[in-house]
Design a protein around this ligand. Structure first.
Ligand SMILES: Nc1ncnc2c1ncn2[C@@H]1O[C@H](COP(=O)(O)OP(=O)(O)OP(=O)(O)O)[C@@H](O)[C@H]1O
Ligand SMILES: [Mg+2]
Length: 508
């Protein structure tokens, strides 16, 4: 009795299922060949794919062949039956391989070749033939004709073509992603952090230690001191580096939008919520969430964040189903968070939750000895970027090392970029810097930044006063009564001046 059409159909259905079962090329294709053997009596099914580098056809999956035989199955284009099918892009049928000189039997899997027919079909996607499938057949009365077999193989080969096409795209994307991740891991690594000073080395020591843990980290420091860079470094050097790094600026959005951004929302959670929305906590799954400018987070949201840190779960807006927060939290601020706690603007319990490991990034003026290294680093970087070969004179380095850098490393980097772009000569000199920074012989950084030569005496005095207040506050850990005593004024007078000059604590 012949095989019925419905048996063919069932076999094809099984093959298509096998090809969508996993993303393993070998597993799926082997399974497909097994189905052809078990359901349709097509023996020793082989899938050959063209190796992009070798230019050779190689068996990637087979049923009924030993590992050793599979290894031997290699053909050049045009070689043997398989190579000919590849070259011509046309199917071939060999009625009896014992009588066919072109049949090479390279795998050695058929010692007795009598009476075996061989069917071979190209695997084609669009116009590209990138492989071949073949099966053996010993025809008997139960089998249909060759035409029927070729039709089945044609369908199987196009299913395989689709699958292999997708699999290749997936592999390429995967390799690309891995390559990018490697680049990031490299870029955000300790050797790429510039700084030899004891103050910065102390930071690196903590970074090394916390990187291997899942501990929450709080990064403190003025603007431009490298908080985000350190956050990324911690992530990319941590066991979570394969997961995402998701940064959220807590100052950039109004409260309700920030909440939506962080936690996401269920469809229909509020008017206009036509789609389910995935929040950043969910996106950061398996990775790190970086909560930048945490000091600006509204109190109500602070309460929610506290819950996430305590219970390690959260809910989308409009849902009561808890989602596991599989994230590492790194927070950063340029505010004095303790002072914010004192003022009631920041929750104390949240402060302590975040403060598991606190890293204070030193201002650039506190690590002036690093400035020449940074100059060197950025000159190289921008020379590369703009295809220039600009160097810097010793007196210019001197000037930059003595400058107080209110904008820290970001300011230094921006200035050097500008200098490299603008420079018409090969060397940046102290003279070039005059255009960049106002350079009076004053030691007061704020003054040097803000006072031009034609500034009134009054403004200058004010600037000096402001600077002294800031320094005194810093020296006394922002305890205002102590700072006032050191300055020889009353706490009231100090409070008045802090307001008048708009001095932000920590921020200069
Ligand atoms: N140690 C360092 N070595 C090299 N470059 C650094 C270093 N620290 C910071 N930078 C660079 O300085 C710039 C500012 O760093 P970053 O953005 O991390 O600062 P930030 O503290 O987050 O500032 P802000 O509070 O203003 O957001 C970046 O371009 C960063 O690459
Ligand atoms: Mg930042």
């Amino acid at each position: 009795m012949k095989y019925s059409r419905s048996r063919e159909l069932s076999a094809l259905l099984e093959v298509s299922r096998a090809l969508t079962r996993s993303f393993s090329l070998e597993e799926n294709l082997t399974q497909a060949m097994r189905i052809l053997s078990e359901m349709l009596d097509m023996q020793r099914g082989c899938v050959y794919l063209l190796g992009p580098l070798s230019g050779e056809l190689k068996i990637v999956a087979a049923h009924g062949l030993s590992k050793d035989e599979i290894q031997k199955g290699k053909y050049r284009i045009g070689e043997g039956i398989v190579g000919t099918v590849m070259k011509k892009g046309q199917p071939m049928f060999i009625p009896d391989i014992g009588e066919e000189a072109r049949f090479l039997n390279r795998t050695g899997s058929r010692p007795d070749k009598e009476g075996i027919s061989f069917l071979c079909y190209p695997i084609r996607l669009k116009d590209e033939v990138f492989g071949v499938i073949s099966v053996d057949r010993i025809y008997s009365s139960i089998h249909g004709g060759v035409e029927d077999d070729l039709r089945v193989l044609g369908i199987v080969s196009s299913l395989i073509a689709q699958f292999v096409g997708l699999w290749r795209m997936f592999k390429e994307a995967d390799a690309e992603r891995e390559e990018l991740r490697k680049q990031l891991t490299d870029r955000f690594s300790l050797p790429n952090l510039v700084g030899e000073s004891p103050a910065f080395q102390a930071v690196l020591k903590i970074v090394t230690k916390v990187s291997v843990t899942d501990a929450t980290v709080l990064l403190l420091g003025e603007s431009g001191t490298g908080k985000e860079l350190i956050a990324r470094t911690i992530h990319f050097q941590s066991p979570r580096s394969k997961g995402p790094f998701v940064a959220v600026n807590c100052a950039a959005l109004p409260e309700n939008l920030l909440e939506l951004e962080l936690f996401g929302a269920e469809k229909g959670a509020f008017t206009g919520a036509t789609e389910k929305r995935i929040g950043r906590f969910e996106r950061a799954k398996g990775g790190t969430i970086f909560l930048d400018e945490i000091g600006e987070m509204p109190l109500q949201l602070q309460a929610k964040l506290l819950r996430v840190l305590q219970e390690r779960t959260f809910e989308r807006l409009g849902s009561s189903e808890p989602i596991k927060a599989d994230v590492r939290v790194i927070a950063a601020t340029n505010r004095d968070l303790l002072e914010e706690v004192r003022k009631g603007a920041f929750r104390e319990d949240l402060y302590w939750r975040l403060n598991v490991v606190a890293v204070r990034l030193p201002a650039l003026r506190e690590r002036a000895e690093d400035i020449p290294y940074l100059i060197n680093y950025y000159l190289k970087k921008f020379n590369r970027k703009y295809h220039k070969r600009i160097s810097i004179s010793a007196d210019a380095i001197d000037v930059l090392t003595n400058y107080k850098w209110p904008g820290n490393i970001r300011e230094l980097a921006n200035m050097l970029e500008r200098l490299v772009i603008m420079s018409e000569r090969d060397t940046i000199t102290a003279e070039d810097l005059r255009r960049e920074i106002i350079w009076p012989e004053s030691t007061y950084s704020g003054v040097s930044k803000t006072c031009g030569n034609n500034q009134s005496l009054h403004r200058m005095v004010e600037n000096i006063e402001k600077e002294r207040i800031i320094n005194a506050l810093k020296e006394h850990n922002y305890i205002q009564s102590h700072a006032a005593r050191a300055l020889g004024i009353t706490p009231r007078q100090l409070g008045y001046r802090i307001k008048k000059y708009g001095i932000k604590i920590v921020k200069q």
